[in-house]
Design a binder for this molecule. Sequence first.
Ligand SMILES: *Cc1c(COP(=O)(O)O)cnc(C)c1O
Length: 375
Amino acid sequence: MFERTIFKSPEEHLGLTRPDEPIMYFSPHALRSQAERFSRGFDGQVTYAVKANPAPEVLENLVSAGLNGFDVASPEEISRVRAASKTADLHYNNPVRSGAEIVEGKRARVRSWSVDDVSELVKLGAPSHSQEEVSVRFKLPVKGAHYDFGAKFGATPDVTVELLKAVVAAGYRPALTFHPGTQCAAPEVWSAYIVAAADIASRAGVQPERLNVGGGFASHRGGVAPDLERIFREIKATVRACFPHPPALVCEPGRGMVADSFTLATRVKALRPDGAVFLNDGIYGGFAEWRDICPSSRIRVLGVDGSEKKGGMQLRKVFGPTCDSIDCLPDEVSLPRKIAEGDYVLFAGMGAYSLAIATGFNGYGVRSVLTVGRV
Ligand SMILES: *Cc1c(COP(=O)(O)O)cnc(C)c1O
């Protein structure tokens, strides 16, 4: 599915080959720069949430950029990480696991497990190596992300106090974790969680060895790019201010790490008199996540001669290629009045939760990934 090319950019490839199927363009250079940005700016261990994009090329490039930890949620994700690195830390942070999944995780020497309920701690049994950590996942009613990750997972602060004590009693290294919610650009959401973490630790009388501040780091979907460095500074300052003995920090970006290294190129199949556009990919393919999250406005339209069409914008309904009427982008998209059949519509920042969840419904769905110099 991934293919290496000698092309510098999506524009060059599209201009020379005029593909009729949707194509994801992947820039290893962009991915490695983002990994370096996290490593430089974040005051702790940077791990990657594999679910955002588990492609081997993504994992291999992250390992070669120096990442030494991965957040996994299933035995399949463990195998994918192990294919890219024999030694990277595995953080199994899906807090609900079957007994069989725990056996697999223990065999792979998982370094850290998250739990949000005592039943999951009981299921883990005794630690099987001296580094093994249990990180209690807690939630707060804070807003600021695109959608709330506390709706499914996370213990309340009161329950977390008890769980943290139980983790120590069970012989695991104690840690705390939270997820601020995906596509979060507001540093104060992290601070609210860190303040609560310090309070939980002091109430439990337990010094957590590590604090995992989750993923959620927003990617650039439109307007100005999120200021990740401001978030990194806020995390560091709040941890130092709140904890008498600051725990080591871990973060686990998915979207914020991988989104910007992919561009999705779609093609206009048809235009309708009411302005509606039919593209060759849609909600069942690379845009699967768009039903749940704000659409991205980082869009370029290239004519068949390769020139970019700008100006004279018009909001248009955008349909995907399948025969299902819900295969329609949830919001109208601003596209040039001069858009024509055969034009390419390029969406930047499409690396997260796209290929990972695209289906092949009706024989469509983005399948081809080409490696290019930049996206
Ligand atoms: C999904 C997930 C992440 C990554 O979230 P992003 O918003 O993509 O950064 C990190 N940690 C856990 C536990 C997750 O479930």
